[in-house]
Design a protein around this ligand. Sequence first.
Ligand code: BT5
Length: 238
Amino acid sequence: MWEILQFDTIDSTNAELKRRTDAAHGTVICSVQQTQGRGRLGRSFQSPEGGLYLSVLLRRTEPPEQLLHLTPMAAVAVRRAIFDACGIWTQIKWINDLVLHGKKVCGILTELAGKDRIILGIGINCTTETFPPELADIATSLHAHCAVDLHRLTSALLLRLQELDAGLFSRKAEWMREYAAACLTVGKPVQLLRAGTKREAFAEGIDENGGLLVRFDDGTRETVTMGEASVRGLYGYI
Ligand code: BT5
């Protein structure tokens, strides 16, 4: 059984887990709200009361290149948990956003801390009614689409994360097939934003590790594993 530590307020559940260098595999930090919720690449994640903010520590000895599928599998775990608890299916925007009716309902941040510590942070907008103006067009809550019981969702998520942990390699193919099928980025033109550069391409598919297979206008192809691809026309903010 995983150890679960519950906070009312905290800067960031990922940051707290990073500070606890002796934490055991499966330690979970959960908070009602976060004052400095973190997104990727230095961005922030708005975390008022009304969301589910949770990080779990996975101690893994495999080299990072063998764990590329962890974040995509986490997206599948969250989408399954949302279905278990709320009865609705979300879609996935490559690589780590869950989307409902074209808006972001969940973000996932995977961080490496030292050699064998992986911190998997998940933020789900559950009953949040209003978002700051800059997020109004891109963010949504589960509550806008279904009934949400936070405790039920938390339990469902923990079960699915344990399933992910146990099946990280043995069930990879099955979970990654679900990832590819739910990924709304596939079949669309995308803008690849990398190291301050932008390049247009067409997203053709997802490889077995969650890499995005893209085709450029000149016919060349590439698998994108780092950086960020945005779906044109879906979000105004990219
Ligand atoms: C993410 O980053 O979406 C990862 C978010 C991970 C949050 C969890 S909560 C528990 C754990 N502890 C933490 O401190 N973090 C993790 P990214 O793909 O970079 O998206 C960030 C962008 O999403 C921002 O720049 C905004 O545009 C948008 N955003 C911010 N807050 C949002 C929210 N509550 N709902 C939807 N979109 C949001």
